[in-house]
Design a protein. Sequence first.
Length: 154
Amino acid sequence: MENSGNNQSDAEIPSAELEEAEGPVIFYNDKVIDHFTNPRNVGEMEEGSCDGYSLVGDPECGDQMKLWIKVEKGRIEDIKFKSFGCPGAIATSSMATVLAKGKSLDEAKRLSDDDVVEAFEGIPDHKKHCSMMGVNALHAAIRDYEQKQKCPEK
């Protein structure tokens, strides 16, 4: 198995380390650990202060994310999230908000899970599905915002 240096497979972990480990061994790099232990843009926006909202989840693993956006002049002025899930889900949700904040809506719509993984310089292969949650929540919040813009004023 070829390794780019960003991910470490169980086969590359010295057997003495695996024998000493209790439970599953998952290696995250320092950037992922930083976003898990110090997630950016955590919180909620009050009703009426956000322009778009989404709630997404991954029923397979139980991860769930709520995301709010505030849009000013076509840009994501502010973004907040709350996430329930594994370290990978929380870290990638945090990174998705960092990548989206300040971007135009069109730029934010083009963000992909690959952009999140690249910003981290890699995540374990079996955790790449986590990177989709933050991006999916972002895209859903943008759709919510755009749908609200189509509603006629009362």
